[in-house]
Design a protein around this ligand. Structure first.
Ligand code: F6P
Length: 336
């Protein structure tokens, strides 16, 4: 074990997620409590390339626990994905005297963290990288939960409940797109929570006749006069789905794309609490000099895992939730 760590950097990167601020606060307050200095790197990994940073103390992170977005700003950095860009970042870390970095974000952020940790190791430099999972997509293989997911679900549910009111009055069909280019967790949880007629997700190939048309027919036969089709961004175009519904069933759906609204707003209790625990464990992990780690939620416990091992893990998609949704939506209301 080397000398006690003295100074760390913290950054948020990739798509923002409610609760990122709470995680930054936890990292800074835990570090300060242990006599470790904290530097905020602004605009994600690119801040390490452009020397964009700010010194943080306990009071710099006051009154942010309840705020959406990220006080450190965020970005996706192409330059950092290139070894030349990372070399510049490594020089900045040396210049700043950083012993460790806490990177808060999703899969893109973690790809950057892994690449950085390997390049640092090749150079024989001393710098530990710790990742905290924060993305509304909940798609980090090693962690059952990612900061921001619960808040995004609640935002989407609130919007869809409002949509349902008007769809019900006009006896219409609604096709709603929720975020998730590669992951259907948000769509599935939200679909289950709003009692959607159908949910389309990228993890399951879409059988339009069976998954959409048949569900609407059943609902219609059972006397329902409005239908809610929830589509994950990566499962297909909502406009194409709406026109297919029109062609197959002769009803004229309305399309709503919830978009970036799902990433905003005050973090939920679950996200503030998880972010606080993850931020705390991240700094403890750095302080105990375990090397490069990923913080994860495993069966409700917050643990730190070896980065290489953690990022090789994949998460089994929870298909049983899909089956429950099908059972609750399409059973009982009608059988033809
Ligand atoms: O990864 C989070 C996420 O919100 C995805 O669900 C979505 O597909 C993507 O980011 C959108 O990214 P951007 O902010 O670049 O539009």
């Amino acid at each position: 074990m080397g000398d006690k760590i003295k100074r760390i950097g913290v950054l948020t990167s990739g798509g923002d997620a409610p609760g990122m601020n709470a995680a930054v606060r936890a990292v800074v307050r835990t570090a300060v409590g242990q006599g470790i200095e904290c530097i905020g790197i602004r605009r994600g990994w690119s801040g390490l390339i452009t020397n964009d940073f700010v010194r943080l103390d306990g009071s710099s992170v006051s009154r942010i626990i309840n705020r959406g977005g990220t006080m450190l700003y965020t970005a996706r950095s192409e330059e950092f994905m290139d070894p030349v860009g990372r070399e510049k970042a490594i020089s900045t870390c040396k210049l700043l005297g950083l012993d460790g970095i806490v990177a808060i974000g999703g899969d893109g952020t973690f790809k950057g963290a892994l690449a950085l940790s390997r390049q640092v190791a090749e150079k024989g430099q001393r710098l530990s990288v710790v990742g905290i999972p924060a993305t509304i997509d909940n798609d980090i293989g090693c962690s059952h939960y990612t900061i921001g997911f619960d808040s995004a679900c609640n935002t989407a549910i609130e919007c869809i409940d409002k949509l349902r009111d008007t769809m019900q009055s006009h006896e219409r069909c609604s096709v709603v797109e929720v975020m998730g280019r590669h992951a259907g967790y948000l769509a599935l949880y939200v679909g289950l929570a709003v009692g959607a007629t159908s949910v389309l997700i990228p993890e399951r190939s879409v059988d339009f006749e069976n998954d959409v048309v048949e569900n609407i027919r059943r609902a219609r036969l059972a006397g329902t006069t409005h239908y809610m089709v929830v589509v994950a961004e990566g499962a297909g175009s909502v406009y194409d789905i709406a026109s297919q519904i029109k062609n197959s069933l002769g009803i004229d759906p309305r399309v709503t794309v919830l978009g970036h609204i799902q990433r905003g707003g005050a973090p939920s209790a679950r996200d503030r609490e998880t972010a606080s625990r993850m931020g705390y464990v991240a700094v403890q992990s750095l302080a105990s000099q375990k090397g490069n780690r990923i913080i994860a939620s495993v069966d409700g416990r917050i643990v730190d895992l070896d980065m290489e091992e953690a990022l090789a893990m994949t998460k089994q998609f929870q298909m049983e939730r899909y089956n429950i949704l099908e059972a609750l939506t399409n059973n009982g209301i009608s059988r033809i």
